[in-house]
Write a protein that binds this ligand. Structure first.
Ligand code: OGA
Ligand code: NI
Length: 364
């Protein structure tokens, strides 16, 4: 879709809520009938296929940040965080303080949901004009290639954004697990937000003061096994529209890849860690100092993979634009225009996942 068309429809305020997406079949269900099948709609164009056997950059590692050192305001660790945000847009945090019991329960609750019969899961299905619920988002054309993934997206904070119509409330323990996990993750995200505020030239409460109460949404990704992982993508290359995202990934199975200096490298799992990545909103607020980096997920032949992405976002009505502390007309001219967050998110949901294409709309 042309950016101009989206811009016009965004400015007219068309579409309610955050957006819509065509309804697509569940890949998990397709594979129940034929586990070897790779339907044509999922086969990527040759230029987009992942090179599964390429391990040339195996030695490159996403930076690891010890969160307990940040809490002690350790200057070295803070410097590492700054570099990780500037040079990678991604880091893994260890000693983040979320008890293992809580992440274990969250993963178990998600697994139990995806193990339910399709009829049961469908009770939480998203509608075409919804982005919350069970299904898939970012599908805008019948011709578009589909991701090898089923997902469940739920808004979790502020409380009033929770829409229990999409929650499997009869699944024992699900609601409790998501509520506990989202509360604990919010504590971690508050600390990240305080650190980023300081790194961007403000005091610890700078971002909160500017943006108000943050929103939180959780996307659970279920990637079934695939007989031809070289032909498909678990999740297409994209950057996240959030301020930042915290990803709980499988402890053993590789899948997440990030584009670092033009090559795709694996974000290898570290047990009990969380992967954090800078989203488009921090890229804009930081005037491009911290970039939201393209990432994707690949599938594998051996085991289904699950991941849980928590997006931390400004409120819908908040204007985002480069912070005064990040603009200097001489050395750091303003390179993004201001935009209301909901308008940004609507234009993002109006496109397929396509690398960083959606950030172009706010570039000056
Ligand atoms: C996402 C995402 C990566 C993964 O949900 O936005 O990038 O490894 N997920 O599942
Ligand atoms: Ni992502």
């Amino acid at each position: 879709m042309e950016l101009k068309v989206i811009k016009a429809s965004v400015e007219k305020g068309e579409g309610l809520g955050w957006g819509k997406s065509l309804l697509v079949p569940s890949i998990q269900e397709i594979l129940k009938n034929d586990s070897q099948s790779v339907p044509e709609r999922y086969i990527q164009e040759p230029k987009d296929r992942p090179l599964i056997s390429q391990n040339l950059f195996d030695s490159l590692q996403v930076p690891v940040i010890d969160f307990s050192m940040l809490a002690q305001k350790d200057a070295n660790e803070i410097r590492k965080l700054d570099l990780a945000c500037k040079e990678w847009g991604f880091f893994q945090i260890i000693n983040h303080g979320v008890r293992e019991e809580i992440t274990v329960n969250m993963k178990a609750a998600m697994a139990a949901f995806f193990e339910l019969p399709f009829q049961e899961k469908s009770k939480c299905a998203k509608g075409a004009n919804e982005i919350q619920g069970y299904g898939q988002n970012f599908v805008v054309s019948e011709k578009q290639k589909l991701d090898w993934c089923d997902m469940m997206f739920l808004k979790t904070f502020p409380h009033e954004t929770r829409n229990f119509k999409f929650w499997p409330l009869t699944l024992p323990g699900f609601k409790e697990a998501v509520e506990e996990y989202s509360t604990e993750i919010r504590k971690v995200s508050n600390k990240i937000d305080a650190n980023l505020s300081v790194l961007m030239g403000m005091d610890e409460n700078g971002l909160k003061r500017k943006l108000g109460e943050f929103q939180q949404g959780i996307r659970m990704n279920y990637y079934p096994t695939c007989s031809r992982p070289d032909l498909v993508l678990g999740i297409s290359p994209h950057s996240d529209g959030s301020l930042f995202t915290l990803l709980l990934q499988d402890d053993e199975i590789n899948g997440l890849q990030i584009k670092h200096k033009e090559v795709w490298i694996d974000a290898k799992p570290i047990p009990n860690s969380l992967v954090v990545n800078i989203g488009d909103a921090i890229e804009i607020l930081s005037n491009g100092m911290y970039k939201s980096i393209e990432h994707r997920a690949i599938s594998n032949e051996k085991k289904p993979r699950m991941s849980i992405a928590t997006f931390v976002m400004p409120g819908d009505e908040v204007q985002i634009g480069p912070l005064d502390s990040m603009v200097n007309e001489k050395h750091l001219p303003r390179s993004y225009r201001n935009i209301k967050y909901i308008d940004y998110i609507r234009q993002k949901f109006a496109m397929k996942m396509q690398g960083k294409a959606h950030t172009a709309i706010v570039k000056l």
